[in-house]
Write a protein that binds this ligand. Structure first.
Ligand SMILES: [Zn+2]
Ligand SMILES: [Zn+2]
Length: 273
Protein backbone atom coordinates (compact mmCIF):
# COMPACT_ATOMS: atom_id res chain seq x y z
CA UNK A 1 0.00 0.00 0.00
CA UNK A 2 1.50 3.36 -0.95
CA UNK A 3 1.27 6.46 1.23
CA UNK A 4 -1.59 8.02 -0.72
CA UNK A 5 -3.88 5.04 -0.42
CA UNK A 6 -3.57 5.29 3.41
CA UNK A 7 -4.80 8.87 3.38
CA UNK A 8 -8.45 9.65 3.93
CA UNK A 9 -10.47 10.31 0.76
CA UNK A 10 -12.26 13.14 2.59
CA UNK A 11 -10.38 16.45 2.78
CA UNK A 12 -10.70 19.97 4.11
CA UNK A 13 -8.84 23.17 3.34
CA UNK A 14 -9.17 26.74 4.45
CA UNK A 15 -8.69 29.71 2.15
CA UNK A 16 -9.36 32.33 4.84
CA UNK A 17 -10.60 32.23 8.42
CA UNK A 18 -11.38 35.15 10.71
CA UNK A 19 -13.33 38.35 11.07
CA UNK A 20 -11.98 39.62 7.75
CA UNK A 21 -13.29 36.67 5.73
CA UNK A 22 -14.04 32.96 5.73
CA UNK A 23 -14.00 30.26 3.09
CA UNK A 24 -13.42 26.50 3.40
CA UNK A 25 -13.35 23.55 1.02
CA UNK A 26 -14.87 20.25 2.12
CA UNK A 27 -14.94 17.22 -0.13
CA UNK A 28 -13.03 14.63 -2.07
CA UNK A 29 -9.80 15.45 -3.83
CA UNK A 30 -11.59 16.04 -7.13
CA UNK A 31 -15.02 17.39 -6.20
CA UNK A 32 -16.69 18.98 -3.24
CA UNK A 33 -18.23 22.01 -1.64
CA UNK A 34 -17.31 25.42 -0.40
CA UNK A 35 -18.49 26.53 3.00
CA UNK A 36 -18.93 30.33 2.81
CA UNK A 37 -17.31 32.68 0.31
CA UNK A 38 -16.38 35.60 2.54
CA UNK A 39 -13.23 36.82 0.82
CA UNK A 40 -12.78 38.08 -2.71
CA UNK A 41 -13.27 35.51 -5.45
CA UNK A 42 -9.67 35.76 -6.61
CA UNK A 43 -8.36 34.62 -3.22
CA UNK A 44 -10.74 31.65 -3.25
CA UNK A 45 -9.77 30.62 -6.80
CA UNK A 46 -6.06 30.96 -5.90
CA UNK A 47 -6.63 28.70 -2.88
CA UNK A 48 -8.40 26.13 -5.04
CA UNK A 49 -5.64 26.17 -7.67
CA UNK A 50 -3.00 25.66 -4.98
CA UNK A 51 -4.73 22.35 -4.25
CA UNK A 52 -5.16 21.37 -7.92
CA UNK A 53 -8.83 22.36 -7.88
CA UNK A 54 -10.89 24.96 -9.72
CA UNK A 55 -14.48 26.22 -9.56
CA UNK A 56 -15.33 23.35 -11.94
CA UNK A 57 -14.76 20.96 -9.04
CA UNK A 58 -17.18 22.85 -6.80
CA UNK A 59 -20.67 21.34 -6.81
CA UNK A 60 -22.29 23.63 -4.23
CA UNK A 61 -21.63 26.52 -1.86
CA UNK A 62 -23.03 26.24 1.67
CA UNK A 63 -23.52 29.49 3.55
CA UNK A 64 -23.42 29.70 7.35
CA UNK A 65 -25.14 33.13 7.63
CA UNK A 66 -25.50 36.48 5.90
CA UNK A 67 -22.64 38.45 7.53
CA UNK A 68 -20.36 40.01 4.94
CA UNK A 69 -17.26 38.08 6.12
CA UNK A 70 -19.08 34.93 4.90
CA UNK A 71 -20.61 36.09 1.61
CA UNK A 72 -18.39 38.85 0.22
CA UNK A 73 -17.00 36.84 -2.74
CA UNK A 74 -20.20 35.00 -3.62
CA UNK A 75 -21.39 37.27 -6.43
CA UNK A 76 -18.15 37.34 -8.44
CA UNK A 77 -17.42 33.68 -7.74
CA UNK A 78 -20.74 32.48 -9.18
CA UNK A 79 -20.79 34.93 -12.08
CA UNK A 80 -18.70 32.78 -14.41
CA UNK A 81 -19.36 29.45 -12.75
CA UNK A 82 -22.97 29.26 -11.61
CA UNK A 83 -22.97 26.93 -8.61
CA UNK A 84 -25.99 26.15 -6.44
CA UNK A 85 -25.92 28.05 -3.16
CA UNK A 86 -27.47 26.50 -0.05
CA UNK A 87 -28.53 28.46 3.04
CA UNK A 88 -31.22 28.68 5.69
CA UNK A 89 -34.36 30.50 4.48
CA UNK A 90 -33.76 33.38 6.95
CA UNK A 91 -30.24 33.78 5.60
CA UNK A 92 -31.57 33.84 2.03
CA UNK A 93 -34.06 36.49 3.11
CA UNK A 94 -31.22 38.50 4.69
CA UNK A 95 -29.19 38.25 1.48
CA UNK A 96 -32.18 39.33 -0.61
CA UNK A 97 -32.55 42.45 1.54
CA UNK A 98 -28.84 43.34 1.32
CA UNK A 99 -26.60 44.41 -1.54
CA UNK A 100 -23.77 41.89 -1.46
CA UNK A 101 -25.45 39.20 -3.57
CA UNK A 102 -27.97 41.27 -5.52
CA UNK A 103 -26.76 40.24 -8.98
CA UNK A 104 -26.87 36.50 -8.35
CA UNK A 105 -29.53 34.64 -10.34
CA UNK A 106 -32.21 33.74 -7.80
CA UNK A 107 -32.44 30.24 -9.27
CA UNK A 108 -29.04 29.41 -7.78
CA UNK A 109 -30.34 29.78 -4.24
CA UNK A 110 -31.63 26.72 -2.40
CA UNK A 111 -33.20 26.57 1.00
CA UNK A 112 -31.93 24.15 3.61
CA UNK A 113 -33.86 22.82 6.55
CA UNK A 114 -31.81 22.53 9.77
CA UNK A 115 -31.44 18.97 11.10
CA UNK A 116 -32.64 17.49 7.76
CA UNK A 117 -29.65 15.69 6.24
CA UNK A 118 -29.16 15.90 2.47
CA UNK A 119 -26.47 14.65 0.11
CA UNK A 120 -24.13 16.29 -2.40
CA UNK A 121 -21.18 14.43 -4.04
CA UNK A 122 -21.98 11.46 -1.80
CA UNK A 123 -21.34 13.61 1.28
CA UNK A 124 -24.15 13.69 3.85
CA UNK A 125 -24.66 17.24 5.08
CA UNK A 126 -26.61 18.32 8.12
CA UNK A 127 -27.10 21.98 9.01
CA UNK A 128 -27.77 22.85 12.63
CA UNK A 129 -28.93 26.14 14.16
CA UNK A 130 -26.45 28.23 16.17
CA UNK A 131 -26.91 31.27 18.41
CA UNK A 132 -25.51 34.25 16.50
CA UNK A 133 -26.75 37.63 15.35
CA UNK A 134 -26.52 36.80 11.62
CA UNK A 135 -29.73 35.80 9.82
CA UNK A 136 -30.43 32.05 9.73
CA UNK A 137 -27.07 31.19 11.28
CA UNK A 138 -26.13 27.52 11.04
CA UNK A 139 -23.17 25.21 11.50
CA UNK A 140 -22.60 22.09 9.36
CA UNK A 141 -21.90 18.45 10.07
CA UNK A 142 -20.49 16.30 7.26
CA UNK A 143 -20.17 12.56 6.89
CA UNK A 144 -18.40 10.92 3.97
CA UNK A 145 -18.05 7.15 4.23
CA UNK A 146 -17.76 7.39 8.00
CA UNK A 147 -15.29 10.28 7.99
CA UNK A 148 -16.92 13.09 9.96
CA UNK A 149 -16.40 16.83 10.28
CA UNK A 150 -18.30 19.52 12.18
CA UNK A 151 -17.84 23.21 11.37
CA UNK A 152 -19.01 25.38 14.27
CA UNK A 153 -18.26 29.04 13.64
CA UNK A 154 -19.81 32.38 14.66
CA UNK A 155 -21.49 31.15 17.81
CA UNK A 156 -22.45 33.21 20.85
CA UNK A 157 -23.08 30.26 23.08
CA UNK A 158 -22.54 26.51 22.91
CA UNK A 159 -26.04 25.16 23.41
CA UNK A 160 -27.17 21.52 23.53
CA UNK A 161 -27.68 21.21 19.75
CA UNK A 162 -24.20 22.50 18.89
CA UNK A 163 -22.57 20.37 21.56
CA UNK A 164 -24.21 17.25 20.15
CA UNK A 165 -23.03 18.07 16.63
CA UNK A 166 -19.49 18.59 17.90
CA UNK A 167 -19.51 15.37 19.91
CA UNK A 168 -20.29 13.24 16.85
CA UNK A 169 -17.35 14.49 14.79
CA UNK A 170 -13.84 13.10 14.56
CA UNK A 171 -12.69 16.31 12.91
CA UNK A 172 -13.60 19.70 14.20
CA UNK A 173 -13.44 23.29 13.01
CA UNK A 174 -14.44 25.37 16.01
CA UNK A 175 -14.45 29.09 16.61
CA UNK A 176 -11.92 30.59 19.03
CA UNK A 177 -12.67 34.23 18.30
CA UNK A 178 -11.28 36.28 21.13
CA UNK A 179 -9.07 36.29 24.17
CA UNK A 180 -11.14 37.65 27.07
CA UNK A 181 -8.38 39.89 28.39
CA UNK A 182 -7.48 41.30 24.97
CA UNK A 183 -11.13 42.10 24.25
CA UNK A 184 -11.65 43.75 27.65
CA UNK A 185 -8.50 45.87 27.43
CA UNK A 186 -8.79 46.55 23.71
CA UNK A 187 -9.96 49.66 21.93
CA UNK A 188 -13.38 48.45 20.73
CA UNK A 189 -16.36 50.54 21.85
CA UNK A 190 -18.17 49.14 24.89
CA UNK A 191 -21.27 48.24 22.86
CA UNK A 192 -19.22 46.18 20.38
CA UNK A 193 -17.40 44.39 23.21
CA UNK A 194 -20.80 43.51 24.68
CA UNK A 195 -22.00 42.20 21.31
CA UNK A 196 -18.93 40.02 20.73
CA UNK A 197 -18.98 38.51 24.24
CA UNK A 198 -22.78 38.20 24.35
CA UNK A 199 -24.90 35.07 23.71
CA UNK A 200 -25.37 36.02 20.03
CA UNK A 201 -21.78 37.05 19.37
CA UNK A 202 -18.68 34.87 19.24
CA UNK A 203 -16.94 32.14 21.23
CA UNK A 204 -13.94 33.11 23.34
CA UNK A 205 -10.79 30.99 23.41
CA UNK A 206 -11.80 29.79 26.84
CA UNK A 207 -15.38 28.83 26.00
CA UNK A 208 -14.33 26.80 23.01
CA UNK A 209 -11.24 25.30 24.73
CA UNK A 210 -13.25 24.21 27.75
CA UNK A 211 -15.70 22.31 25.58
CA UNK A 212 -13.07 20.78 23.30
CA UNK A 213 -11.20 19.47 26.35
CA UNK A 214 -14.45 18.02 27.67
CA UNK A 215 -15.37 16.14 24.49
CA UNK A 216 -11.89 15.19 23.33
CA UNK A 217 -11.28 11.53 22.55
CA UNK A 218 -8.22 9.84 21.06
CA UNK A 219 -10.09 9.06 17.82
CA UNK A 220 -10.15 12.77 16.96
CA UNK A 221 -7.97 13.43 13.93
CA UNK A 222 -7.99 17.20 13.56
CA UNK A 223 -9.00 20.06 15.82
CA UNK A 224 -8.84 23.34 13.94
CA UNK A 225 -9.43 26.67 15.69
CA UNK A 226 -11.17 29.11 13.38
CA UNK A 227 -12.42 32.70 13.03
CA UNK A 228 -9.68 34.20 15.22
CA UNK A 229 -10.10 37.93 15.70
CA UNK A 230 -7.40 40.10 14.20
CA UNK A 231 -7.52 42.60 17.07
CA UNK A 232 -8.59 40.56 20.07
CA UNK A 233 -6.66 37.32 19.70
CA UNK A 234 -3.45 35.68 18.57
CA UNK A 235 -2.97 32.09 17.36
CA UNK A 236 -0.54 31.58 20.29
CA UNK A 237 -3.09 32.69 22.89
CA UNK A 238 -5.81 30.49 21.37
CA UNK A 239 -3.56 27.42 21.39
CA UNK A 240 -2.22 28.14 24.87
CA UNK A 241 -5.75 28.41 26.21
CA UNK A 242 -6.69 25.05 24.69
CA UNK A 243 -3.66 23.29 26.20
CA UNK A 244 -4.41 24.86 29.59
CA UNK A 245 -7.89 23.35 29.47
CA UNK A 246 -6.49 19.96 28.41
CA UNK A 247 -4.12 20.15 31.38
CA UNK A 248 -6.91 21.11 33.78
CA UNK A 249 -9.02 18.16 32.66
CA UNK A 250 -6.03 15.79 32.65
CA UNK A 251 -6.44 15.22 28.93
CA UNK A 252 -3.37 14.23 26.96
CA UNK A 253 -4.09 14.63 23.26
CA UNK A 254 -3.04 11.64 21.19
CA UNK A 255 0.02 12.08 18.94
CA UNK A 256 -2.23 11.31 15.97
CA UNK A 257 -4.51 14.27 16.69
CA UNK A 258 -3.45 17.42 14.85
CA UNK A 259 -4.39 20.61 16.68
CA UNK A 260 -3.81 23.95 15.02
CA UNK A 261 -5.30 27.39 14.36
CA UNK A 262 -6.44 28.16 10.81
CA UNK A 263 -4.52 31.05 9.25
CA UNK A 264 -6.49 34.26 8.87
CA UNK A 265 -5.41 35.11 5.35
CA UNK A 266 -3.33 32.25 3.95
CA UNK A 267 -4.78 29.11 2.42
CA UNK A 268 -3.87 25.69 3.76
CA UNK A 269 -3.13 22.50 1.87
CA UNK A 270 -5.38 19.45 2.20
CA UNK A 271 -6.15 18.37 5.73
CA UNK A 272 -7.06 14.65 5.58
CA UNK A 273 -10.17 14.00 7.63
ZN1 LIG B 1 -17.91 35.76 10.84
ZN1 LIG C 1 -21.15 36.40 11.89
Amino acid sequence: MDLFSCLSPFVFCSFASGSSGNCYYVGKQDEGLLVDAGVNAKQIVTGLVKNDLSMKNIKAILITHDHIDHVKGLEVLTKNTPVPIYAHSDCLQGLAEGNATKKIDSELFHEIEPMQPFEICGITIEAFPVMHDGRGAVGYHFNYEGHTLTIATDIGMLDKVVKEQIRKADNLVIEANYDVEMLEKGSYPYILKQRIAGPFGHLSNEESARFVAEVYHSGMKNIMLCHLSENNNTPERAMQCLYQQFHKKHVRPDVNTSIFPLPRHKSTGFVYL
